[in-house]
Design a protein around this ligand. Structure first.
Ligand code: IPM
Ligand code: MG
Length: 354
């Protein structure tokens, strides 16, 4: 059956990387039993300039009526804070996308691009961050005046339970032996509730080891012994921060992928990098973050694990031949965004027709 994929290209490098994601989806559509149709759903800063809304009603309707959303990046340097970016929050809240799944895996071929010394990389990096995606400081409850500003950090039992349960189920599915919970329970009330619920839910998973770490210590361990972690579950703000730190460890922020998920419902897949206005229009952005987000879409929304793994292998093969400038190697061709997408698409096609 035909699946409808809504496409939001966004601002800056967004349209450039989304083109390559669509290219890969078209290969999947052409060479597997999956069949896709694409529908544009414009949002972001450029759209705001034209229509006075960063997420026109028509776009949200298109997204709601699709099977999944492929998303680029939002933000323009000449707009005030949040004018473009708040569209992401409207989608996350509007579709109740409470899971933000952010895997970071260091490919062997990129080991030399990891900023850590080899002894710290150890047996390798393969971590999945499960970030709570609708609560905490992101509820947008707050105020600001000349002399003070505040934001409410609100977590509900329901919100904590569902994300922590998701993380344990995810770990079980992946065969992980440990789930790490990152919080700030030595200070924050919200983290104290979170930790209590982590322990409660954890009791239902006797075979999985449970570990609690304060966020500051976690940031240190992430660069000192990243091989220790498998599934890591955390709140919204901490997840935002540690997932950027994590993505840099796999060679470049441009490699980081994510899924904003409500299991069984319309979910949104996007690279974790931003609109990168400084390199927009130059054709040098790394499309792999978007292409690996397509992999997540195939696996999490369309339950096509094998095809998703083929996308992963195609990326790994391509990285042995050519790279965008952010992960370039003296010995290999330096490719444009489009060149990198073409190479991955070709590798994928060859794998799928075998
Ligand atoms: C991300 C981004 C967003 C966030 C911004 C653009 C609002 O940094 O997806 O990580 O903070 O969630
Ligand atoms: Mg972020």
């Amino acid at each position: 059956m035909k699946k409808i994929i809504s496409v939001c290209r966004g601002d800056g490098v967004g349209p450039e990387v989304v083109n390559e994601g669509v290219k890969v989806l078209k290969i999947v559509s052409g060479y597997t039993e999956l069949d896709f149709e694409f529908k544009e759903a414009p949002a972001g800063g450029e759209v705001w300039k034209k229509f006075g809304s960063n997420l026109p009603e028509q776009s949200f309707e298109t997204i709601k009526n699709s099977d999944a959303l492929l998303f680029g990046a939002l933000g323009l340097p000449d707009l005030p804070f949040g004018v473009a970016e708040s569209a992401i929050m409207k989608i996350r809240q509007g579709l109740d996308l409470y899971v933000n799944l952010r895997p970071i895996k260091l490919y062997d071929v990129l080991r030399e691009k990891c900023p850590l010394k080899d002894e710290f990389i150890g047996s390798g990096i393969d971590i999945t961050f499960v970030r709570e995606n609708t609560e905490g400081l992101y509820k947008n409850v707050g105020s600001i005046d000349e002399n003070s500003a505040q934001n409410l950090m609100l977590y509900t039992r329901k919100g904590c339970e569902r994300i922590i349960k998701y993380a344990f189920e995810f770990a079980k599915k992946k065969g992980h032996s440990k789930v790490t919970s990152v919080d700030k329970a030595n200070l924050l009330k919200t983290s104290q509730l979170w930790r209590k619920i982590f322990q409660e839910i954890g009791e239902n998973y006797p075979k999985i080891q449970k570990e609690d770490i304060y966020v500051d210590a976690f940031c240190q361990w992430l660069i000192r012994a990243p091989y220790k972690f498998q599934t890591v579950v955390t709140g919204n703000m901490f997840g935002d921060i540690i997932s950027d730190e994590g993505a840099f460890l796999i060679g470049s922020l441009g490699m980081g992928s994510s899924g904003n998920i409500n299991p069984g419902k319309v979910s949104m897949y996007e690279p974790i990098h931003g609109s990168a206005p400084d390199i927009a229009g130059k054709g040098i952005a790394n499309p792999i973050g978007t292409i690996l987000s397509v992999k997540l879409m195939l696996q999490e929304s369309f339950h096509s694990h094998e095809i998703g793994n083929e996308v992963d292998k195609a990326v790994e093969e391509a990285l042995k031949e050519g790279r965008t400038v952010d992960v370039k190697s003296e010995k290999l061709k330096t490719l444009s965004t489009e060149g990198m997408g073409d190479l991955i698409a070709e590798k994928l096609k060859n794998r799928l027709i075998k």
